[in-house]
Design a protein around this ligand. Structure first.
Ligand code: SF4
Ligand code: SF4
Ligand code: SF4
Length: 256
C-alpha cells in the first residue's frame, strides 16, 4: 500500500510548532514509517513535488507573497491542517493589526522602506479552506500525533472542542481563580494542552485561542469583579491568540 505523503510548510512564524513534530522523539520513527515525508525543510533538504496527501501549515499570512504561496499549497494538498496560534489566529504578530502600520515599521526598522509586509497578520483560514486546526503556541504533541495517526488510518482526528475549565475538572486541578483569585482565560479558551498552566498554579493566558461560542464579555465582567483593571483585561486578551475575532473584539472593548 502506498504511504500518504506529508508536507510541512512554514509561513510567518518561529518554527516552534514544526519543532514539536521533531520533538516527538519516541513516536518519530513510527510517524516516518507511516507517511512519506515529501517536503519538510526543517528536517530534510530532499523535497518532492506535490500533490500531497496531508499538509501541515505553520505561520500566519503576513506578506503578499505568502497569500500567493498558500493558494498554491492548498491546490496541491488533499488535507490541509493549520498548526499553532500563528496559523490559526495570526499569532503574536497580529498585535500589529490594530496599530498604524507605517508608524510601527518606522519605529522598529532603520530603513522601513525595505520591509514589505501586509498591514495585518491573518490566519490561514482567512485565505484558503482549512480542514483541521491544531491550536496552541506551540501545538500539543499528543494532538499532532493523533491528527497524523487518524488521517493515515482514514479516520477523523479527535480534537477537543471543550474549554480549559473542562480540562481542569478532568485533571482534578483546583481552580486558580476560585482558590487564589488569579485571572484565568480558561472559561473561554479551547482545551487540549493537557491543562498545562492551571496544573502548576498559573492562570491560562489563552494560547489555544477562543473556544466556539466563547462568552468573553461575561468573563471580562467576572475578571473586573475580581479586581482586574481595564489594562489587565485588555492584555489578557491580547496574547498569542490576539488576532482571533472573539479575543480581538474583547481586547478592543478594553482599549484606552
Ligand atoms: S504558534 Fe507559537 S510556537 Fe508555533 S510558530 Fe507561532 S509563535 Fe512559534
Ligand atoms: S483554573 Fe482557569 S481553566 Fe481551570 S477551572 Fe479555573 S478558570 Fe477554568
Ligand atoms: S493553559 Fe492556556 S495558556 Fe497554558 S498552555 Fe494551555 S491554553 Fe495555553
Amino acid at each position: 500500500m502506498t504511504k500518504p505523503s506529508l508536507a510541512v510548510w512554514k509561513f510567518s512564524s518561529c518554527d516552534g510548532c514544526q519543532l514539536t513534530l521533531l520533538d516527538c522523539e519516541d513516536e518519530l520513527l513510527d510517524i516516518a514509517e507511516a507517511v512519506d515525508i515529501a517536503y519538510f525543510l526543517e528536517a530534510t533538504r530532499t523535497t518532492r513535488p506535490g500533490p500531497y496527501d496531508i499538509s501541515l501549515v505553520e505561520g500566519s499570512i503576513s506578506t503578499a507573497h505568502e497569500v500567493e504561496r498558500i493558494r498554491e499549497i492548498r491546490r496541491d494538498s488533499r488535507i490541509l491542517i493549520t498548526i499553532g496560534a500563528c496559523a490559526t489566529a495570526g499569532g503574536i504578530q497580529a498585535l500589529r493589526n490594530t496599530l498604524n502600520h507605517d508608524a510601527l515599521r518606522a519605529s522598529v526598522y532603520p530603513s522601513p522602506q525595505f520591509i514589505d509586509a501586509l498591514e495585518t497578520s491573518t490566519p490561514i483560514a482567512d485565505h484558503v479552506e482549512v480542514d483541521y486546526e491544531l491550536r496552541g503556541c506551540p501545538i500539543d504533541k499528543h494532538q499532532l500525533i493523533e491528527a497524523i495517526t487518524a488521517l493515515t488510518k482514514g479516520r477523523k482526528p479527535s480534537i477537543p472542542d471543550y474549554s480549559q475549565c473542562a480540562e481542569c475538572k478532568l485533571a482534578g486541578t483546583a481552580c486558580v481563580t476560585v482558590t487564589k483569585g488569579i485571572p484565568c482565560l480558561g472559561p473561554v479558551t479551547q482545551g487540549g494542552c493537557g491543562n498545562l498552566c492551571p496544573k502548576i498554579g498559573r492562570g491560562c493566558y489563552g494560547c489555544f485561542g477562543p473556544k466556539e461560542g466563547a462568552n468573553t464579555a461575561a468573563l471580562a465582567a467576572e475578571l473586573a469583579k475580581l479586581g482586574a483593571d481595564r489594562r489587565t483585561i485588555r492584555d489578557l486578551f491580547g496574547g498569542f491568540a490576539a488576532g482571533a475575532p472573539a479575543f480581538a473584539s474583547e481586547r478592543r472593548n478594553h482599549d484606552g
